[in-house]
Design a protein around this ligand. Structure first.
Ligand code: PLP
Length: 491
């Protein structure tokens, strides 16, 4: 029953590949976002009580239909959203293979090929980021949040030898670390998970271009030292989630060196710029980072989750993650290799690297550089089209994310107006964009080119419907514009 018989299995695989191909070809014709209807979804699930076995093709069809109907289609070329990519064909094949072979990466000897593929990739990425291959190390993880958490643990272990055994209570001074309001909020969670407490995460104000203000950073470190705290970790972001801002890596590295702080660069999505010679300079000196977060499931367009933690401290992961057990295989030493379970937060671990490996094998660095160039060009095209139409670009970045507001809108606070526009665009199904606030204060619309299949026609369509929305919405948005009326207008 669990394996199915030969006939049912053959039908299942055939239908599955047909459905995958159909989705790739047809996604453009779908509404980008669903009509969210929790009651409808629950009513469809309610009869599935697992009491009576159902036919495999019925089950598959149930999943396909409901995924199609009830999902923001992040693989749609007019999904201009948070960085969720359209997966490469090779990565879809890889994840299927991984599910079938189910390699266990915890112990090297269980899956030597898989473990070596990941080691090979970690070295290749480390070199691309400018690390010395001989001393670089790293691990695949679930995503950027886990990589950032790993960086925080690594920094604690590195700075406070007592931390490993005694925890924070064994330290003489309270550790503090530095982020900006534009840093990813996974650091707040990581502070909680490490027992540091969020009061000891110092949010350093940004400057006028939304980069961490280095004067403020220096002053805060000084205040903290005088106040009896122990500064140990600073985060620069290379491509913020909000606006693609790249913090000043060189000067942050200088401050970190001077102040003896672990310097972490969160390059979860912007890190891919290092694969393109003309963009690479934007991340100049990233190799000075003690550790780097990079997500392959962002700009390398593989399915979630494929995070990567890189470090130039060869021994730090083994120090942070070491444990001794009798029940795990103990033969790694005789092969001169390291087991993943003593080198990563995760224990049982999926073969995350295969989707990256097969995609890179087939596209090569140059194939990826081309895709990244294309997306960057689409970002520039979007900027130009918006400016031509009197939208004001608020962020500055070489990366393809555009934060903007309406130059024609005369009231100083555009928050409600922009929210209404984004909500209407999303509910129309024509595109997905969002709103945010830069440094927590400046309301903007945000559109990011996340998909290598997005073309000029998609960008033009987005700008056209934004302009229609602007014509339709007046400053008294909520009273004048019933949602449904506008949605029917732009279809
Ligand atoms: C800069 C940055 N860091 C970290 C993360 C968290 O990554 P993940 O969602 O892969 O855990 C994100 C997610 O968007 C991000 O933009």
């Amino acid at each position: 029953m669990l394996l199915l018989d030969d006939k049912n299995r053959a039908e299942l695989w055939q239908t599955l590949t047909a459905e995958v191909e159909n989705h790739l070809q047809q996604v453009e014709k779908l509404a980008v976002a669903p009509k969210t209807n929790v009651a409808e979804i629950r009513s469809r699930l309610a009869p599935i009580d697992f009491e009576k076995p159902l036919a495999p093709l019925f089950a598959l069809d149930f999943a396909v239909k409901n995924l199609t109907e009830f999902q923001v289609h992040t693989t749609h070329p007019r999904y201009f959203g948070l960085f969720n990519p359209a997966p490469t064909a090779m990565s879809i094949a890889a994840d299927t293979l991984v599910a079938a072979f189910n390699p266990q990466l915890a112990a090297w000897s269980h899956s030597p090929f898989a473990a070596e593929v990941e080691r090979h990739l970690i070295r290749a990425f480390a070199v691309r980021f400018g690390y010395d291959e001989a001393t670089a190390d790293g691990t695949f993880c679930s995503g950027g949040a886990e990589a950032n958490h790993t960086a925080l643990v690594a920094a604690l272990v590195h700075h406070f030898p007592m931390f490993e055994s005694e925890g924070l209570r064994g330290l003489k001074k309270q550790p503090v670390f530095y982020v900006s309001p534009e840093s990813h909020h996974s650091f707040i969670k990581a502070a909680r998970f490490c027992g540091l407490g969020t009061n000891y995460v110092r949010e350093i104000e940004t400057d006028e271009s939304f980069r961490m203000s280095l004067d403020n950073l220096t002053e805060q470190i000084k205040r903290d030292r005088e106040g009896g705290f122990a500064p140990f970790f600073v985060v620069a972001t290379a491509g913020t989630t909000n606006g693609g801002t790249i913090d000043n890596l060189t000067e942050t590295a200088d401050i970190a060196a001077r102040e003896n702080l672990w310097f972490h660069v969160d390059a979860a999505w912007g890190g891919a710029a290092v694969f393109v010679p003309e963009l690479k300079t934007a991340l100049d000196k990233i190799e000075r980072a003690d550790s780097i977060t990079f997500d392959a499931h962002k700009w390398l367009s593989v399915p979630m989750g494929a995070g990567i933690f890189l470090t130039r401290h060869a021994e730090i992961l083994s120090r942070a993650c070491r444990v001794a057990t009798d029940y795990m295989p103990r033969d790694a030493g005789s092969f001169g290799v390291t087991d993943s379970f003593v080198h990563s937060m995760q224990w049982s671990r999926r073969f995350i690297g295969l989707k990256v490996f097969l995609s890179l094998m087939v596209a090569g660095w140059e194939g990826y550089a081309e895709a990244i160039r294309h997306q960057t060009a689409m970002g520039e095209y979007l900027r130009r089209e918006l400016e031509k139409n009197d939208w004001e670009i608020v962020n500055q970045t070489p990366l393809p994310v555009v934060c903007f507001r309406d130059r024609k809108f005369l009231e100083s606070n555009q928050g409600d107006y922009l929210n209404a526009i984004a909500a209407e665009l999303v509910s129309s199904g024509e595109a997905w964009i969002s709103t945010t606030r830069m440094s927590g204060t400046v309301p903007v619309l945000r559109a990011c080119i996340t998909n290598y299949r997005t073309q000029e026609k998609d960008v033009k369509h987005l700008v056209a419907i934004l302009c229609q929305a602007r014509e339709y919405f007046s400053p008294t948005v909520s009273t004048v514009c019933p949602a449904t009326a506008y949605s029917s207008l732009i279809r």
